[in-house]
Design a binder for this molecule. Structure first.
Ligand SMILES: Cc1ncc(COP(=O)(O)O)c(C=O)c1O
Length: 363
């Protein structure tokens, strides 16, 4: 018996109330719209209905899942009297862009340590926005994951010794707090669908971290029986379902709720990462084009496109009967497309994107 069945199901309003008892700053436009995508669904076939939870419209410097996360993380920072935020990830990190934006709004200094990886350090896409909102940016060769985490701890300690009060990326503290925000997102979805007399048949989201832990927790707390498919954008050097169940349980503790998940309650699919984290996939490219050309909604190649590719593959495999209500949680990431146009243009055009664009638009 799954833990979701061991306690009475919460109502969305109970979950909102529990989240509101935590330190929180208002940064996101909530609730985000839940928009049906009928032309996209028709193209997929199989008689399914597809709804898109528009978390690409959360605001906070062009939207995305980190606006929700930051309501609790920067709320925690303010509550602890911090005066600076020490954060880091890849050069085109959406996380860093929205953290820098939250810091600007709250008057906190923001220090970003960005891992070069295969990216250029030209100010474009997310990196351009980091600069525009006044973040201090340093580049590093430390790899995203344990190596960069260690660097951030060292930097935070240096600031502490210099008399500052830093709020630093510290995985065990920030991931559960950020997860709370996605349990709340699931409550919004349940409420929005109920308003149309519907319930979800499946949830899809791009995550191998806090967002997914929160979605899995929200599903358990609200007693949803449907799959919550977490489509991983990356592999981690740890067992993702175990880590996310632990993070979900720590989030439940922060909320003062008794639910506990096991790794079996976390449906994390690492099958869509190839050809690698940050690298566009053919299926993701197709997903991006199908959604853009049917609904004029953009995805990003690193996260959301790969997650929608999983939804498309499942529908094509006949997983869902006609009338099923599939909810795709769009986590944003769109600024990254401007840093890598070749990663999102159709494959035939990517060899010479500028030439194609000029030929198509002669005037
Ligand atoms: C656009 C986008 N989607 C999904 C994710 C995954 O979120 P999480 O780290 O909570 O798994 C990220 C993380 O940076 C992101 O930028």
């Amino acid at each position: 018996m799954g833990p979701a069945m061991m306690f009475p199901n919460l109502h969305p309003s109970d979950l909102y109330a529990a989240a509101d008892r935590l330190p929180r700053v208002r940064l996101a436009h909530l609730p985000t719209p839940l928009e049906e995508a009928p032309r996209f669904a028709q193209l997929l076939g199989g008689g399914v209905r597809v709804f898109i939870k528009r978390d690409d419209c959360t605001g906070l410097l062009l939207g995305g899942n980190k606006a929700r996360h930051n309501e609790f993380l920067l709320g925690d920072a303010v509550d602890r009297g911090c005066d600076l935020v020490v954060w880091g990830a890849g050069v085109q990190s959406n996380n860093c862009r929205q953290t820098a934006a939250g810091c600007a709004k709250l008057g906190l200094e923001c220090r970003l340590y960005l891992s070069r990886g295969h990216y250029t350090t030209e100010p474009q896409g997310n990196l351009l926005l980091d600069h525009l909102v006044g973040a201090h940016v340093e580049f590093t060769d430390a790899a995203v994951g344990p190596e960069l985490d260690a660097l951030l701890s060292t930097k935070a300690e240096e600031f502490r010794r210099a008399g500052r009060r830093p709020y630093a990326w510290h995985r065990p503290r920030v991931v559960p707090l950020a997860a709370v925000s996605y349990a709340v997102c699931v409550a919004e979805i349940v409420e929005q669908l109920a308003g149309r007399g519907l319930a979800p048949s499946a949830l899809y989201v791009s995550s191998s971290g806090a967002t997914g832990a929160g979605v899995a927790l929200g599903k358990a707390l609200l007693g949803l029986e449907c799959p919550a498919r977490l489509i991983c954008p990356m592999h981690w050097p740890w067992h993702i379902p175990t880590a996310l169940a632990n993070d979900a349980n720590a989030a439940a503790e922060r909320l003062g709720l008794p639910h506990r998940l096991t790794p079996a309650d976390v449906d994390a699919d690492e099958g869509y990462v190839a050809p690698g984290y940050g690298k566009p996939s053919p299926a993701g490219r197709e997903a991006l084009h199908l959604l853009a050309t049917t609904e004029a909604i953009l995805l990003d190649p690193v996260y959301s496109a790969k997650a929608l590719a999983a939804l498309i593959a499942d529908v094509r495999a006949g997983t869902y009967p006609p009338g099923s209500v599939l909810v795709f949680i769009h986590t944003g990431g769109v600024p990254a497309i401007f840093a890598d146009p070749a990663g999102v243009l159709p494959a035939a055009e990517s060899a010479s994107p500028a030439g194609n664009l000029i030929r198509r638009n002669p005037s």
